[in-house]
Ligand binder design. Structure first.
Ligand code: TRP
Length: 344
């Protein structure tokens, strides 16, 4: 994997004159001189709708803040295509390249980044449980050289929504990848709350799309509704998994708006674009000299919307109760034309 070693000696824009380190100009060595412009490594676990939204919003926000890629600032973007082993390679590359900061999108990315970097600040994006994942000491005071944004799933509100929309349901089946720390936290919390409401909670896990599909098929045949948190492995195969739930006539509640867009039935969740923009602002603060470990983690758990998939609603023959229909936070999601088994 080639990493981008180009560091621009940028013409001093206003933004850069604030950021510029002191030139030290050791002759001969290519990378001993402090650069006049920063390079940020942006690593993403996998392509799925939500992580792509976060990335795009973040890149857009960099520009808005005056950081233009390939002009006065370099983004070395790498995508691990869902392979944890690729994350190791990517982080190794950033380490030898000597990037000024690492932006890590999703939990496994952040965990790998932290292992590789003690000197380089890490700003994570959309980590559901930064404490549980072992990334920070506390949300208020992360410690070390790391901070970022968090998207803890509001499982109680989702379970309440299940109760409102499916009042006769008795069993809920959770589907997730137990290898994702974020999903372990969210499903543990979901189970606790759902059981307190009197539900019987079952679970099935898988580590890739094939095993998740098998698990989903078995699970869907024995529960009244299904739930997946914002699990990256599930989200990557959402279209296929949602179809399995639909085939069994099971409403499939999920942990992110993007998963409703990709065929899931409903969720209560945050605006990930805003989260991406906020991550970019934190990166800029760190480049400007703030100590990452002293910046509180920004948790997104307010301003939630209720997302319901209109097509799934029809296919399941469900009528939304007035309390949901009249909720001014309700967004009826029309799926992009991606029904059936089209991959993209
Ligand atoms: N919160 C996930 C994590 O901690 C990442 C994520 C963000 C995500 N948005 C999502 C996962 C939507 C699935 C669906 O790794």
């Amino acid at each position: 994997m080639k990493t981008n070693l180009i560091r621009k000696l940028a013409a001093g824009t206003l933004a850069m004159s604030m950021l510029a380190g002191c030139s030290q100009g050791t002759a001969g060595a290519e990378s001993t001189a402090k650069e006049d412009s920063y390079t940020v490594g942006v690593a993403q676990l996998v392509d799925h709708t939500s992580l792509n939204t976060i990335r795009d919003a973040m890149f857009d926000e960099f520009e808005k803040l005056g950081y233009k890629d390939d002009e006065n600032f370099t983004i070395d973007y790498q995508n691990a295509a869902g392979q944890i082993s690729n994350l190791d390679t990517i982080m190794n590359g950033y380490a030898s390249e000597g990037v000024d900061a690492i932006v890590a999108i999703a939990t496994p990315t952040a965990q790998t980044a932290q292992n590789y970097s003690s000197d380089t600040p890490v700003i994570f994006s959309a980590v559901s449980d930064p404490v549980g994942a072992g990334l920070v000491e506390t949300l208020e005071a992360p410690g070390g050289n790391i901070t970022g944004t968090s998207d803890e799933v509001q499982v109680d509100q989702i379970a309440d929504l299940i109760k409102e929309i499916c009042p006769d349901a008795k069993t809920i089946g959770m589907l997730y990848n137990a290898g994702e720390a974020n999903s372990v936290t969210n499903t543990t919390n979901f189970r606790k709350y759902a059981e307190s409401l009197g539900y019987k909670v079952e679970e099935a896990t898988g580590t890739d799309l094939t095993t998740l599909q098998q698990a989903a098929d078995v699970l869907a045949s024995k529960v009244d509704v299904m739930f997946s948190p914002n699990d990256n492995t599930v989200a990557s195969g959402m279209t296929a998994l949602a179809q399995i739930a639909l085939d069994h006539k099971v409403p499939y509640f999920v942990g992110a708006d993007s998963m409703v867009q990709d065929g899931g039935f409903a969720t209560v969740g945050i605006d990930y674009e805003q989260l991406g923009r906020e991550t970019a602002k934190m990166v800029v603060d760190v480049l400007n000299g703030k100590n990452a470990g002293e910046i509180p983690v920004k948790v997104f758990k307010d301003d939630l919307n209720v997302y319901v998939n209109e097509a799934a609603l029809k296919q399941l023959g469900i009528e939304l109760p007035a309390a949901v229909k009249d909720n001014d936070k309700l967004i009826l999601v029309q799926e992009d034309a991606q029904d059936g088994d089209k991959a993209e």
